[in-house]
Design a protein around this ligand. Structure first.
Ligand SMILES: [Zn+2]
Length: 331
């Protein structure tokens, strides 16, 4: 049997391709600057199978999944998080198969109002709200934030870290709560007795920087969740978008370093007298196309939320939570 090489990212749409022993992938044809080549739906097992992230509501993808699952018995439908390129087809698949949908939980309630973007410009929108998920224009350093949330999603069963959520002949899958990209994000760890594979959803992606956008996205939680993954010593990480990642521990360690470097830049900016998010973005993202400044302001807010919570940055108005239009002061 031929398996996908770890790199380059070879794939075909609409057919189940073997990724590694026990694992097949069906790629949805929803490529965009938001989803790379598209959503990878994974089928784990032979005969009795688990499906990870059934994917977007596309007829062609639904039909491809149905064809790929002919002859299999779906025992569990695992959902990493409820962005619109991951969870919507789970209700269809549950109805077709009778298998339960399993996830951390529905989308979290927005914890506070982050306010409106204070920059009133005619910057072009970087994405259509119908384009699910998140993205980064290739070559740019930061993600574009245009995510659509599947707020109707509610799993049949809620899982916690350590729960065995699926098993089959010689393998089992364990849940791992990895909040940060969203508060309900989970990774799923497959152990087949010889190889440990972590399905990372959008927590760790092979091609782009994961969006962390307050209020549901949480940078402190994201960093902690990265450290958890870095400490696991899996053999391979398998993201929803992009190719498998060998040696995930070192890859994820580099992601942590990248985020901490950006955090330090934000802290330095506040200490140098840049007290608003637009001012910080003007300087920190001076070499980035202006159309990316809007998502950059959300990203800087994510860092500032953490810095305020850490006590290294203060809000001029200490009564509220950090917002896009807040004034930030050094401590
Ligand atoms: Zn996502």
């Amino acid at each position: 049997m031929q398996f996908l090489t770890l790199s380059p990212d070879s794939f075909r749409y609409g057919v189940a391709e073997p990724v590694m022993p026990l694992v097949r992938r069906v790629m949805a044809r929803n490529p965009s600057k938001f989803t790379y080549h598209g959503t990878g739906t994974y089928i784990v097992g032979v005969g009795d199978v688990a499906v990870i992230d059934p994917g977007p509501r596309l007829d062609a993808h639904r039909d491809a999944l149905a064809a790929a699952l002919l002859g299999s018995t779906v025992r569990a439908i695992l959902v990493t998080h409820c962005h619109a390129d991951h969870s919507p087809l789970s209700s269809w698949l549950a109805e077709e198969t009778g298998a339960p949908t399993i996830a951390f939980g529905p989308h979290g309630d927005d914890a506070w109002d982050i306010g409106d973007d204070p920059v009133d410009t005619d910057e072009p929108e970087t994405g259509d709200a119908d384009d699910a998920a998140e993205a980064r224009a290739p070559g740019d350093g930061e993600p574009v934030m245009e995510e659509t949330t599947d707020r109707d999603f509610a799993p049949d069963a809620e899982a916690a870290t350590g729960d065995v959520v699926a098993d089959g002949d010689g393998w089992q899958i364990t849940a791992l709560h990895t909040p940060g990209h969203t508060s309900n994000h989970m990774c799923f760890a497959l152990d087949d007795g010889s190889r440990r594979t972590l399905f990372t959803g959008d927590h760790v992606m092979g091609w782009s920087t994961t969006v962390v956008g307050p209020p549901d996205g949480d940078m402190a939680a994201y960093l902690e969740s990265l450290r958890v993954v870095a400490g696991r010593r899996d053999h391979v990480a398998v993201p929803t978008h992009g190719p498998p990642i060998p040696d995930p521990a070192s890859f994820v360690g580099a992601l942590v370093d990248h985020r901490l470097a950006r955090e330090q830049q934000v802290l330095d900016a506040v200490r140098r007298g840049l007290h608003t998010i637009p001012a910080m973005v003007e300087e920190l993202y001076a070499d980035v196309r202006r159309e990316l400044h809007k998502p950059a302001r959300r990203s800087v807010l994510a860092h500032l939320v953490k810095l305020v919570d850490d006590g290294t940055v203060a809000l001029a108005d200490p009564t509220g939570r950090p917002r896009l239009d807040s004034t930030y002061l050094p401590v």
